[in-house]
Design a binder for this molecule. Structure first.
Ligand code: ASP
Length: 303
């Protein structure tokens, strides 16, 4: 099987002045993951590496650069899933972890659990030797300024950040899906959630079937967008099921997003890969940052 991967850096109203940073970020993620696939490493290794590179890039709302919650804390959500055996690991509302996707992988491989939330995730991190970082290591000045500005507003609607283009803004959940030489699929997603979320709010990203899904028998998907509607239609699993029914990855993504729009008025975006290694994507927000290294090493990216 020819290895391939596709990543996203968030679906929302990405303004013109943030386009270059997003394109650079998603390309670096896709290259990091594909480099491992070329050397024969697994799809799991590839999606973990791609997401970790984007978590480290403060352009994105994941790892360093994530949004602050209502009380000024950085709480992160991430998951990873192995299409071979439907194994999954996730962390939710975790603080002081630089690369939550790596901790999610440790949950999958070094515990019998699927999801660990809050302080329990930090205890687990300590037990498996994943180091804690300082809040300042995750915080960037831009997000502190955003937090202060939102606090002054009378009304703040989360949906607006996904469907309107706001100059001067930077942010975006990150995700990746890949297929390796053995034909195994994997998916991963990581986020700081939405700005000004209440403490303890968990979105779609760490929930199996919502923020990501991978099944060697159907396909692999990573989602981004407004989390609560994504959760209610299990968007990633819906798109995987449609690939299982024979739809191409792009059509499956479009169809799943239109189900979400019709049933719960949700907006967002998806990247996908089917079990033949064909990549695809779709979004119903103004823009979504994505990059792909397809079969034959063919590179594409866009917003
Ligand atoms: N889906 C994420 C959440 O609601 C946010 C995003 O994808 O931008 O937590």
């Amino acid at each position: 099987m020819e290895p391939a991967m596709i990543v996203h850096g968030g679906a929302w109203g990405i303004p013109d002045d943030a386009v270059d940073a997003h394109l650079r970020g998603v390309s670096s993620g896709a290259e990091a993951g594909h480099g491992l696939l070329r050397r024969g490493q697994s799809a799991l290794d590839a999606v973990e590496a791609a997401v970790a590179v984007m978590e480290d890039d403060p352009t994105f709302d994941a790892g360093r650069g994530a949004f602050l919650n209502k009380i000024g804390q950085v709480e992160l959500d991430a998951m990873i899933m192995d299409g071979n055996g439907l194994r999954a690991g996730a962390v939710a509302a975790v603080r002081n972890i630089r690369n939550p996707v790596r901790l999610a992988r440790a949950v999958m491989e070094r515990s019998r659990l699927v999801l660990i939330a809050g302080p329990g995730a930090n205890l687990f991190a300590r037990a498996v030797g994943v180091p804690a970082c300082r809040t300042q290591d995750l915080l960037v000045g831009r997000e502190l300024a955003r937090w202060r500005a939102i606090r002054k507003k009378k009304r703040f609607r989360v949906r607006e950040i996904f469907d309107t283009i706001q100059a001067g803004q930077r942010r975006g959940t990150v995700g990746a899906v890949a297929i390796d030489r053995r034909g195994d699929l994997a998916a991963a997603t990581s986020t700081g959630g939405v700005p000004h979320k209440p403490p303890g709010r968990v979105g779609d990203s760490p929930i199996v079937g919502a923020g990501a899904y991978a099944d060697n028998e159907t396909g692999a998907v990573s989602a981004t967008g407004w989390g609560e509607p994504i959760l209610r239609v299990l968007l990633s699993k819906t798109a995987c099921d449609l690939m299982g029914d024979g739809l191409s990855p792009g059509t499956a993504c479009r169809r799943a997003l239109s189900v979400m729009r019709r049933r719960v008025d949700g907006i967002g975006g998806l990247v996908a890969m089917d079990r033949r290694g064909r990549p695809g994507f779709s979004f119903n927000t103004p823009r979504m940052a994505w990059a792909c290294v397809g079969p034959g090493g063919k590179r594409r990216k866009g917003i």
